[in-house]
Design a binder for this molecule. Structure first.
Ligand SMILES: [Zn+2]
Length: 318
């Protein structure tokens, strides 16, 4: 068939158009499937936070409807975070298995009633963190919270194995039986956790999870971001002041953190590692020091951003 010049042009234009339509017919649905699966993944990445609050009456000075509710309200204003606030006197102490099943990260506040949390609830929280099903953020006085102390102990046990000289490791026998206790430490106390070779056995003194000095006088502190590239430092300035806070002074008796993201200093010369991370088992733990229930520390944007970032960081990985 002999085509006229005009018809040749027509076919030359049409063929690529047809090919293009065919390619688009394959590509477009694929792009749409990919797009929707990204959407599903985005949805799945919503971090479910449980703010656990002892709810001391003293909180009313700075938080009319309790500190935990103030933190949950802020987190609910953040994209892809859904927070609920629970407290110690709820059924199941706010930590029943169904609630924990629907939780990625717990933000924990306790101060006076650490010992009132039932052992089986503590066991459940600790096991879920070890299994990588839950992250824990401990705030301020929660250095004495049972889940935090237990997880620091677990980390100290894991570290102990690495502290034994390599040649002895295979045969090493450990004694991890020394119990955890909430007790003060003196400034010159032996740093804990501590591992000692007692005869044929390596004996672990658990982390005391405390520090020798504190002062709840409402003086300002100066926070410095030490690791600006860390996800928990995202969007935060190199330094900021907290106008009214309590002072804690080093040494903090905890296993060496994987990262010290923030440090805090006071005008009288004290210093603290105020934002520390640990991997424990398959889970993640973050400790954030600023606080005290009678000062509005968790109303300050920088401190709330730290909690928000930490919640995203501590959430279990898919
Ligand atoms: Zn305090």
């Amino acid at each position: 068939m002999k085509l006229t010049r005009k018809a040749r042009w027509f076919w030359l234009m049409l063929l690529p158009a047809a090919a293009m339509m065919k390619i688009l017919g394959v590509i477009l649905p694929a792009v749409m499937v990919l797009w929707s699966s990204i959407g599903i993944a985005e949805e799945a990445r919503t971090v479910r936070v449980l703010v656990w609050d002892e709810q001391q009456p003293e909180q009313a000075e700075a938080y009319p409807t309790f500190l935990g509710n103030a933190i949950a309200d802020y987190l609910n204003s953040c994209q892809n975070i859904r927070a609920i606030s629970v407290h110690l006197d709820m059924p199941g102490q706010g930590l029943d298995p169904a609630t924990l099943d629907a939780t990625d990260v717990i933000v924990w506040w306790s101060h006076r009633r650490h010992g009132d949390v039932k052992e089986d609830r503590v066991d459940d929280v600790v096991q879920r963190v070890l299994d990588g099903r839950l992250g824990l953020i401990a705030l301020h006085s929660s250095h004495f919270a049972q889940p935090f102390m237990r997880l620091m102990h677990e980390r100290a046990k894991a570290d102990a194995r690495n502290q034994v000289p390599e040649a002895e490791r295979a045969e090493a026998v450990f004694d991890f039986s020394m119990p955890l206790k909430r007790a003060k430490v003196k400034r010159d106390a032996k740093l804990t956790p501590a591992l000692e070779n007692a005869g044929a056995v390596w004996k672990l003194t658990p982390p005391a999870c405390v520090f020798p000095a504190w002062r709840a006088d409402g003086e300002p502190s100066h926070v410095r971001t030490l690791l600006s590239e860390h996800p928990i430092a995202k969007g935060l300035p190199a330094q900021w002041d907290i106008p009214k806070t309590e002072m804690y002074d080093e040494p903090f008796h905890v296993p060496a953190p994987d990262a010290v993201v923030f440090e805090e200093r006071w005008d009288k010369g004290e210093r603290f590692r105020s934002g520390c991370t640990w991997n424990v088992g398959k889970g993640r733990v973050f400790y954030f020091r600023p606080g005290h229930e009678t000062y509005p520390v968790y109303r300050q944007p920088e401190n709330l951003t730290v909690i928000e970032n930490a919640a995203r960081w501590a959430a279990p990985r898919p």
